[in-house]
Ligand binder design. Structure first.
Ligand code: IVH
Length: 675
């Protein structure tokens, strides 16, 4: 190579190292992030001209070396889905029944693929023309974080696919995990840093320093892929083909033709669970035929064509040291058992939820009791039952407190509700902190580096008292950087993470407020009542006309129940809440995203189905129509645009003719819907 080019590369490396040192070691950067990023891009462009550059000299591979792309947001080209669970055989029968009905099949002649459900972290690998270009975490399924350099250290993940003509673009989904033995060894070396193999895998993967990731025994198994042009007809065949391309797939991948077959495999794998080298918590069944998968589609975040058949939970015996009370963000009073720590299936458990006081009474759970603790999948460990010891004296029954231990307001016992609540809604600090935690949590604004621990700390130091304080953290810079465990760099990272989240979609904003009964779906429904952000601001400025209009719309919004509307009204009528929202609006950039518009001949049309469709079920037809942007109605009138008439159409067809409504037969509907 010409020495000029080499000199140029060496110069850039020196520059990057110089700025890394300023940024990481001296906390005193001289250039902006954007300028730094440009240097990295330039380096990446010419890096290949110095093929024998050693890793230790490569600034992207160095300890503390900031790679501009790491942990930046990544928009998954196709959504990363999650799975519904089947806990019982009935759940499974139901799943199969629904599929059969949806596809309008006479008998259940559906083939399923079977794989163990690995308890790890899901990743999306993007291959472009056979080269691994991006690896990203799942995140919320739509957006994850880029972890390409970290993932590139996993030897089992090919950088280049072993195939002559790879697809132009291919997304491979799979699980990154650590085997039980490797977890044990790693924990021994790292002074029991990790509670379970899954945490160890997560901690190893999300490292700024890729050298650490490289030193960890991470493994990978693929369990899905995004569509591409030449895909095989079945999931099974496609995965087998991927194996020949160098992608690791499950050695337990199989197909089953009926329920019996599924159950046989389930029992077999359940029995040999301890011999499988990594943690699994069930089996995943997927409809094998890709065309069926497409027709079945998804509901929200989960596909209709797949299910996780969970194994029974694991249990262990221990004693309750103490029962504590926890107040949630909606005032719910939850008793919690503090336990003598116990290892259950590789996880150290020291707390168990007691759910509510009815449960305590029913199971007669008392402080000092020996109890059986159950841990099942993602749920919080709970007490299964008490093990009575006749020779041991028991403590008194545990009763709900009369007053909230945090705010002193009375505890309300509603005879219609199991949950007991603290009545200090907007005064109780436990509720305020609960709402703040919810606001920054993963499902809400998802602010990296601002979790429960930091919210507790900042609230106690009076730095964050309400939502808008989060966005004014800079004002407390001096105080924070001098706190234990904090410094310029960690503070800068946190402020950046917060600034990243200033642009907020209205429905997410409403959901993030943590109002009782306002989950993601209801927040979405409420947000649709506001045609502009201006209107939303007027609403919180207590403009009576706007308020009246909005509550009228909400009262007539499909799917929004009276409890949710009432809770939203009560929240919005509170002056303090309104003021908090107004200050918050000043800090953030609220947006209303225009829903992705699908353009089809039936977009925006009101359509109605009647008679029997032979090629698909009503449910499938309805879901297709909705995907194409139509509104499916159930009664026919002048405002109906199209009637789709199946076999044996009766009165509705007649009425459509009378009203001069456009009529489509099944054949033309099919053509339209699958085009
Ligand atoms: S399929 C189509 N297969 O479980 C749905 N997921 O609860 C996409 N997982 O996010 C997932 N083993 O991280 C699938 N054999 C397997 C799996 C598996 C583990 C994880 C995956 C997913 C989560 C859903």
């Amino acid at each position: 190579m010409k020495s000029n080019q080499e000199k140029k590369i060496r110069d850039i490396i020196d520059k990057i190292n110089y700025h890394n040192d300023l940024y990481y070691n001296k906390d005193n950067p001289e250039i902006s992030d954007a300028e730094y990023d440009r240097l990295i891009v330039e380096f990446k462009k010419i890096q290949k001209d110095l093929p024998n550059l050693k890793d230790k000299d490569n600034p992207l591979m160095k300890i503390g070396g900031k790679s501009s792309e790491e942990f930046t947001k990544f928009n998954h080209p196709t959504r990363m889905l999650s799975l519904d669970n089947a806990m019982t055989i009935d759940d499974l029968k139901n799943f199969i029944k629904k599929i059969t009905r949806f596809l309008s099949l006479k008998d259940c002649d559906i083939q399923f693929s079977i794989e163990p459900k690995i308890d790890g972290l899901s990743v999306n690998l993007v291959y472009e023309n056979g080269e691994l270009t991006v690896a990203a975490t799942r995140g919320d399924g739509l957006n994850g974080e880029t972890i390409t350099s970290n993932v590139s250290t996993i030897k089992e993940i090919p950088q280049k696919l072993k195939v002559k003509f790879p697809p132009e673009k291919l997304e491979i989904r799979g699980e990154i995990f650590i085997t039980k033995k490797d977890f044990f060894d790693l924990n021994e070396r790292s002074k029991n840093q990790f509670a379970n193999p899954r945490n160890a895998a997560a901690g190893s993967l999300r490292q700024l320093d890729v050298k650490i990731t490289e030193s960890r025994p991470l493994k990978f198994i693929a369990h899905g892929f995004g569509a591409f042009e030449k895909e095989k007809k079945t999931y099974y065949d496609q995965m087998k083909e991927f194996k020949t391309w160098g992608i690791p797939i499950s050695p337990y991948l199989k197909v089953a033709n009926d329920l019996d077959d599924l159950l046989k495999n389930y029992n077999y794998i359940n029995d040999s669970r301890s011999e499988i080298p990594y943690d699994i918590d069930g089996l995943v069944y997927k409809v094998n035929d890709k065309l069926y998968q497409k027709r079945l589609g998804t509901v929200g975040k989960t596909p209709r064509w797949a299910i996780a058949h969970k194994f029974a939970s694991e249990t262990a015996k221990t004693t309750i040291k103490k029962i504590d009370i926890q107040i949630g963000r909606t005032g719910s009073v939850t008793p919690v058992a503090r336990l003598e720590p116990i290892n259950i299936g590789g996880v150290l458990v020291s707390n168990a939820t007691l759910h509510n006081f009815e449960e305590i009474e029913k199971k007669d759970i008392r402080e000092g009791d020996t109890v059986v603790i159950e841990r099942a999948g993602d749920v919080i460990p709970h007490v299964l039952n008490v093990v009575l010891n006749k020779n041991k004296e028991r403590s008194n029954l545990f009763k709900p407190p009369k007053k909230c231990p945090v705010c002193g307001f009375s505890i309300i016992i509603d005879p219609d509700e199991v949950v007991v609540r603290c009545s200090g809604t907007y005064i109780c600090e436990a509720q305020i902190i609960g709402r703040l935690k919810h606001f920054v949590s993963r499902s809400a604004l998802d602010i990296e580096g601002l979790g429960d621990k930091q919210i507790n700390l900042f609230y106690n130091k009076k730095i964050i008292k309400n939502y808008s304080d989060i966005f004014k953290l800079e004002e407390n810079r001096r105080q924070i950087v001098n706190m234990e465990g904090w410094g310029e760099l960690s503070f800068k990272n946190l402020v950046e993470a917060i600034n990243d989240k200033r642009k907020i979609e209205l429905s997410k904003f409403i959901y993030s407020l943590g109002i009782r009964f306002i989950g993601e779906k209801n927040a979405q429904a409420i947000s649709q009542a506001f045609k502009s952000i201006n209107l939303f601001t007027k609403f919180y400025n207590n403009d009576q006309d706007v308020k009246e209009d909005i509550f009228n719309i909400l009262a007539n919004t499909d799917g929004l129940g009276p409890k949710a509307t009432e809770s939203f009204r009560e929240y919005s009528n509170n002056k303090d809440n309104r003021n908090q929202i107004l200050s918050l609006i000043e800090e953030v950039n609220l947006v209303i995203s225009s829903l992705k518009k699908v353009k089809s001949p039936i977009t925006g049309k009101k359509i109605i189905f009647t008679g029997t469709l032979n090629s698909m079920s009503r449910a499938e037809a309805k879901s297709m129509a909705e995907k194409l942007g139509a509104k499916v109605v159930s009664s026919i009138n002048k405002s109906t645009d199209i009637l789709i008439a199946g076999e044996k159409s009766g009165s509705k067809l007649k009425k459509a003719n009378e009203l001069g409504i456009k009529i489509m037969n099944e054949e033309s509907w099919r053509k339209l819907s699958i085009s």
